[in-house]
Design a protein around this ligand. Structure first.
Ligand SMILES: Cc1ncc(C[n+]2csc(CCOP(=O)(O)OP(=O)(O)O)c2C)c(N)n1
Ligand SMILES: [Mg+2]
Length: 615
């Protein structure tokens, strides 16, 4: 057996560079690159190794480990989980900075390879700089924090362990059911140890994403349930995108006259102009989708994990007599909510259902009802997103302006605050690829980094990041990375001077305005200063301006489109209004006792609403 003597880190990157992915006849590198922030624990070992493979596996320097990993995660999401990135950090704080990103990828089922440096396997120099030390368990390091938020975790304590562990990590990343973060903790000494690796380990390999086929008996049961339905509704989740099933779903729905509602991750599966598209479902859903959900007799949930925002905390469509069929590539998601499981690939599952359903269609009355609800909702969207000249626009009005400018080749990116809900309800999608909102973990600070990842994956698209003042202030430093790498973003900062959505939630649960809007926070007597977001962005190398009102915003957006660098537009918005139309109940626990009368009232309302919740 011919071998090559390499350090563990050299073998690792050589293996990564040899992995390819094939999709629809096109083969590309599986890993588009590695985001890296070097330090004690990865610069000498992994850093040296990455230096030598830059042509095949580029290394990109970012500014924060959490957000660089967010960018990597957004990259793979924008690629439909078919091309991905790795992220490496030093030991200690660099590593734990990535734990939040791991959790985000875990919740959203998005593959990312995390390579945190780790303390010495030999323990000879212990305790090393940035080592926490665990008194009762020397095998524990802070990297064990990755375990509960990784789909695959290993600590490579000997160089030959790569031979068995690395292929398993890659297999996890490529598994449509189990994909998520794979973490390989890399002790800094082991990174530098040499070993005679077999040459065959590095032979280039082209992977394909598996498409599990439905079980015949599950399929039969699902077909029987649908064939009996008069008032069917489809819920499209992120799995529809990842399985490349959008076009198949559009055909299926059109042929069968089934209305299609979308989750946050599923949004954009159908273009809004599709006759069966009834918009967003759930807590941030359209009136059309939610009324249909209440009246449906069979719900076919495709590629969704049915989280509380989708199900209205189990009070929207779950009721006795409803049949829920869950077409999902994962056993875990297919069993939820007592659904009839149909485990398998979304695209092939829809094809199989179609083949078994003969002439079945939704009833004519139901199709007409869906059509009329859809038209009514379209009028609401136009009304609430229209400018009305007010000085402090609503989020909905800003969304209208950005949506008009984004057109068909624009992608909106968002994650936390009041915007995701408003976007889910109101953003009009021309089809897949227009909408990228991280709402599985809804992590503040994902927005700008996520925009960077999307732009890297889809350079042909104009990427519009919509971000609140709170999220911007939490994480903005990847703006500098976008400038450095020449990946243009258009960033709209909606400054409502505080955590607007949490303030609204506080009021809705009877709470006093407290610690959310800056005006309600402990501060110096003159109040918190006004942040000059445009000046801040300029300092990071962006083009930037501040505008007032929607008319000025529209002009600035047109300038931003023409610009050839990252462009930040800041404007003041009203923290109080949000779109009242549409929506569904959301279970947010209210204190059972309180000195505040408003809390007691909210608690009474909460108990009443709880009655409709299916347990
Ligand atoms: C990392 C993180 N911390 C806290 C939260 C809880 N949270 C959700 S939205 C929000 C406020 C966001 O403020 P801003 O970005 O200004 O948006 P707005 O609510 O004003 O629209 C907070 C604190 C979160 N989602 N993520
Ligand atoms: Mg805000």
């Amino acid at each position: 057996m011919s071998t090559v003597r390499l350090t563990m880190a050299q073998a690792l990157v050589r293996y990564l560079a040899a992995q390819r992915i094939e999709h629809e006849g096109r083969e590309v590198p599986l890993f588009a690159g590695v985001f890296a922030i070097f330090g004690h624990g990865n610069v000498a070992g992994l850093g040296e190794a990455l230096y030598h493979v830059q042509d095949t596996l580029p290394t990109l320097r970012a500014h924060n480990e959490q957000t660089m990993a967010h960018a990597a995660i957004a990259f793979t999401k924008a690629h439909g989980r078919r091309q991905m990135m790795a992220a490496t950090s030093s030991i200690g704080p660099g590593a734990t900075n990535m734990v939040t990103a791991a959790a985000l990828a875990h919740a959203n089922r998005l593959p990312v390879l995390l390579l945190p440096g780790d303390t010495f396997a030999t323990r000879e120099p212990d305790p090393v700089l940035q080592q926490v030390e665990h008194f009762g368990d020397p095998t524990t390091t802070v990297n064990d924090c990755f375990r509960p938020v990784s789909r695959y975790f290993d600590r490579i304590t000997r160089p030959e362990q790569l031979l068995t562990s690395l292929p398993q990590a890659i297999a996890t990343l490529l598994d449509p059911e189990h994909c998520g973060p794979a973490t390989l903790a890399l002790p800094q000494d082991v990174q530098t140890f040499a070993y005679d690796y077999p040459e065959t380990f590095f032979v280039p390999r082209a992977h394909r994403i598996r498409r599990p086929q439905p079980d015949p008996r599950e399929l039969e049961a699902a077909i029987a349930a649908l064939a009996d339905a008069e008032r069917p509704l489809i819920i499209a989740g992120g799995g529809v995108h990842y399985a490349d099933a959008c076009a198949r779903l559009a055909d299926f729905a059109r042929a069968r006259g089934v209305p299609v509602a979308e989750t946050q991750a599923g949004k954009g599966a159908l273009p809004d102009g599709h006759p069966c598209a009834v918009g967003a479902i759930g807590v941030t859903g359209s009136e059309a989708a939610n009324r249909l959900a209440e009246q449906a007799d069979v719900v076919l949930a495709v590629g969704t994990r049915l989280q509380d925002f989708t199900t209205g905390s189990r009070a929207l469509f779950e009721r006795d007599g409803l049949t829920l069929v869950a077409l999902n590539v994962g056993r875990f998601d297919s069993q939820k909510h007592r659904a009839l499981p149909l485990i398998g690939d979304a695209r092939d599952g829809l094809t199989a259902l179609d083949a078994g359903l003969a002439e079945w269609r939704a009833s004519e009355a139901w199709r007409e009802r869906a059509g009329s609800l859809k038209r009514q909702w379209a009028e609401v969207v136009v009304r609430v997103t229209a400018a009305d000249g007010r000085e402090l626009p609503t989020d909905a009005q800003v969304i209208g302006a950005v949506n008009r400018q984004a057109g068909e080749d624009g992608t909106v990116v968002c994650a936390a605050g009041g915007l995701p809900g408003e976007l889910h309800k109101l953003w009009q999608c021309a089809g897949p690829g227009c909408y990228h909102v991280e709402y599985g973990y809804s992590c503040m600070g994902y927005e700008i980094a996520g925009g960077l990842g999307v732009k890297m994956a889809r350079p042909e698209r104009e990427v519009f990041v919509m971000v609140g003042d709170g999220s911007y202030l939490m994480h903005n430093s990847e703006l500098a990375t976008s400038v450095m790498l020449g990946h243009k973003l258009v960033v709209v900062v909606l400054d409502n001077r505080g955590f607007g959505c949490i303030n609204r939630l506080q009021q809705a649960t009877g709470g006093a305005g407290f610690n959310n809007l800056l005006a309600d926070c402990r501060s110096v007597p003159e109040g918190a200063p006004k942040t000059d977001f445009a000046a801040h962005a300029r300092a990071l190398g962006c083009l930037a301006e501040s505008v007032r009102g929607i008319a000025e915003l529209e002009q600035a957006l047109a300038r931003a489109r023409q610009a050839n660098g990252t462009y930040v537009i800041a404007l003041d918005t009203d923290p109080l209004p949000s779109t009242v139309e549409g929506g569904a109940w959301w279970d947010v626990a209210v204190p059972e006792v309180s000195e505040r009368e408003q809390v007691s009232q909210a608690y009474a309302g909460y108990c009443e609403a709880k009655q409709r919740q299916q347990r």
